[in-house]
Design a protein. Structure first.
Length: 82
């Protein structure tokens, strides 16, 4: 399944993901997802938008990645019944 970093959230923790980062490709278990929002004032309105996502995959603390960073998520391992 193809996602962007912005689409990752806590429900994906523990899944095997590949992060296609400009510094390289990281594959491992998703350990941490943190969205960083910035508030912008537009006239009288304030909007909070995601700017960065901090990712930790396996032992690699990837750090801040742009929200449009491509992520490939492997299908969850089916539990064998029986």
């Amino acid at each position: 399944m193809n996602l962007t970093a912005q689409q990752l959230n806590g429900t994906h923790l523990g899944r095997i993901v590949t992060v296609h980062h400009h510094q390289g490709t990281y594959t491992g278990e998703l350990d941490r997802v943190e969205h960083h929002r910035e508030t912008e004032s537009i006239g009288h309105y304030q909007t909070a938008t995601d700017k960065w996502v901090t990712l930790c995959v396996g032992v690699a603390e990837i750090g801040h990645v742009p929200i449009n960073t491509p992520i490939t998520m492997q299908a969850p391992v089916e539990q064998a019944s029986g």
